[in-house]
Design a binder for this molecule. Structure first.
Ligand code: NI
Length: 256
């Protein structure tokens, strides 16, 4: 069994055939999906979706892209969502200096405020870091992490950063990009990071794996990520599935 630890089922691209997408996920051994919010609306809808499906859990949070357009009282709203038992993390939160859809200062403020919320509620955090490695690391080492820990999603840093994150108490999550043949840096990170610290994800509908490139990604494809890890580490796929599933359950406190 597998856990897709990061998908965006609220995305418009799933509006027409979500039922079929979830059926295919189950057929491909996906036992649990963590559905991740990126603004207040998607977080609210994600909470509602988790009421309908017992294998979908929810993370609520403001993505750095959306940092500039949050209302004044967004933290109160997020806190309200977190009262729901199916909300298991604050995310995705972090910094994105690649697309720069929100000013850097705003991104930093919204990131730190949500980190503080996660500490207050002791929920794990799901961190988004794109071309902002140094500042993400600075903030994470300055501000304390929640006791509950967290995960760096779709990890794109180097080996040193991965090991620093692990020593802070983070899990490292890998997505479709590890299936690309030329992704040498991230392949090295996969080899170096102990399996006990690894989660797998799709980030669907984004980041389709090599064999599905150009298509909409979906949770069923998380197995391609697991298979690539098995190949890179030269271990059986069943072991990757079992350990990454146990890791995700441990981080998000999902009972077996
Ligand atoms: Ni995402």
């Amino acid at each position: 069994m597998l856990i897709d630890s990061h998908a965006h089922l609220i995305d418009r691209r799933f509006a027409k055939d979500l039922g079929a997408v979830l059926d295919r996920a189950k057929e491909n051994g996906v036992e649990v999906i963590i559905n991740v919010g990126y603004d207040l609306e998607s977080s609210f809808e994600a909470v509602n979706l988790a009421r309908e499906y017992d294998f979908i859990y929810t993370a609520v949070g403001i993505h750095p892209h959306d940092a500039a357009r949050v209302p004044e009282d967004y933290l109160g709203k997020l806190k309200e969502f977190c009262r729901h038992t199916r909300v298991i993390a604050v995310g995705e939160i972090g910094l994105d200096y690649y697309r720069k859809l929100s000013p850097r200062l705003t991104q930093r403020r919204i990131f730190r405020e949500q980190l503080a919320l996660a500490r207050e509620l002791d929920l794990p955090v799901i961190i988004h870091d794109r071309e902002a490695h140094q500042e993400v690391m600075e903030i994470l080492s300055k501000d304390k992490l929640p006791q509950a820990g967290g995960v760096i999603h779709c990890f794109s840093g180097d080996r040193e950063m991965a090991l620093a994150c692990i020593s802070m108490g983070f899990y490292i999550s890998f997505a479709g990009p590890i299936t690309f043949s030329k992704a040498n840096q991230v392949h090295e990170v996969v080899v170096q990071v102990p399996l006990e610290k690894i989660l797998i994800e799709t980030d669907a509908p984004y980041l389709a794996p090599q064999s599905k490139r150009g298509q909409r990604n979906e949770p069923a494809h998380v197995r391609f990520v697991g298979e690539k890890i098995a190949l890179l580490k030269n271990i059986p796929f069943t072991k990757v599935a079992a350990i990454t599933t146990a890791n995700a359950k441990n981080l998000f406190k999902i009972s077996p």
